[in-house]
Design a protein around this ligand. Structure first.
Ligand SMILES: Cc1ncc(C[n+]2csc(CCOP(=O)(O)OP(=O)(O)O)c2C)c(N)n1
Ligand SMILES: [Mg+2]
Length: 321
């Protein structure tokens, strides 16, 4: 398995920080009453989106979830347009009418966040079928949660993808909970990757907070799909450090000790340590990356604030019925 190069590690570090800072800021703006709507922070799970997407080309496809900001940023989504969408401005991805859970950018292969749990799984499978019919070498990746792996559509999609040998990689983000329900109360199995066996495809579980491990595992699965050898199921074991959504304190169904324990496995701190120890980077060089990210984000917030709100007479524009 090829290890990521130094440049790739720095890029992954920056992308993870971008996701972390974006969602921290979004939570803060939401709590101060500046953002309308609803959002689900990806804080703590950054290594999964970034490690997978670092292997993808612009013309590859992804489908995302209700917790989508991380996937969109990892696939190259515009911070300006994302932030403007959260602010419900006309310059946002959905012209301010969709919000956090409906962001898509087809030019980047981002086929959409999705408020329907498991909803992205058949969409990615369909995209992979289109790749096969068009005879290109693109790949589709579907991100979804541990909870979504209990949806009927997960099983139907994996079966079809296997039978048709579709170029798709299923990435299950096992963040230990479906809302307030721990994994042990919603399924008997521990490793979700064993479900791959039922559909005759490779299944592998990895530490989803180890971005290098995620990168290497995804590389193998994506290369296999691109070669025409069919789908893979990857389970990334990770943790959401925030509540289920921005209004959930996340204190009634898990202990402070558990959260603190996972904070020790913070994916960004872990990669930072590796970059310093093995790639000879200094703390101040990492801080400079953080400042760059913070400035980029400030520009996105300013862009969103300076943008116009949609007018009532535009309410029915861009709607399909
Ligand atoms: C079809 C459907 N059922 C129920 C819900 C309500 N709901 C929103 S998020 C969620 C939990 C999803 O858990 P998981 O798939 O593990 O994703 P996570 O939130 O942990 O990232 C549920 C049940 C929904 N949005 N869609
Ligand atoms: Mg979950």
């Amino acid at each position: 398995m090829p290890k990521p190069s130094t440049e790739q590690m720095i890029l992954m570090y920056k992308r993870m920080l971008m996701i972390r800072r974006f969602d921290e800021k979004a939570v803060e703006l939401y709590r101060s009453g500046e953002l309308p709507g609803f959002l689900h922070p990806y804080i703590g799970e950054e290594a999964t989106a970034v490690g997978v997407c670092a292997n993808l080309r612009q013309d590859d496809y992804i489908t995302s979830t209700h917790r989508g900001h991380g996937h969109l940023i990892a696939k190259g989504g515009s911070l300006d347009k994302m932030m403007a969408e959260l602010y419900a401005k006309t310059t946002g991805y959905c012209h301010g009418k969709g919000g956090s859970m409906h962001i898509a950018d087809v030019s980047l292969g981002i086929l959409g966040a999705n408020g329907i749990v498991g909803g992205g799984i058949p969409i990615a499978t369909g995209a992979a079928l289109s790749v096969k019919m068009r005879q290109t070498d693109q790949v589709a990746v579907s991100f979804f949660g541990d909870g979504a792996s209990n949806q009927g559509v997960f099983h139907e999609a994996l079966n079809l993808a296997s039978i048709w040998e579709l170029p798709v990689v299923y990435v299950c983000e096992n963040n230990q909970y479906g809302m307030g329900t721990p994994q042990c109360k919603h399924q008997r199995i521990k490793d979700i990757s064993i479900r791959a066996k039922a559909y005759g495809m490779p299944g592998v579980s990895v530490d989803g907070n180890d971005v290098i491990k995620v990168y290497e595992t995804a590389d193998e699965a994506i290369t296999r799909a691109r070669r025409g050898d069919g789908p893979t199921l990857i389970e990334c074991k990770t943790y959401r450090l925030h509540g289920h959504h921005v209004g959930d304190p996340g204190t009634s169904y898990r202990t402070r000790d558990e959260v603190d324990e996972w904070k020790q496995r913070d994916p960004i701190l872990r990669l930072g340590k590796i970059i310093c120890e093995e790639e000879d980077f200094s703390e101040s060089e990492l801080e400079a990356i953080d400042s760059e990210v913070t400035e980029e984000l400030q520009r996105a917030i300013q862009f969103a604030k300076d943008s116009p709100s949609p007018q009532p007479e535009e309410a029915l524009d861009d709607l399909f019925a």
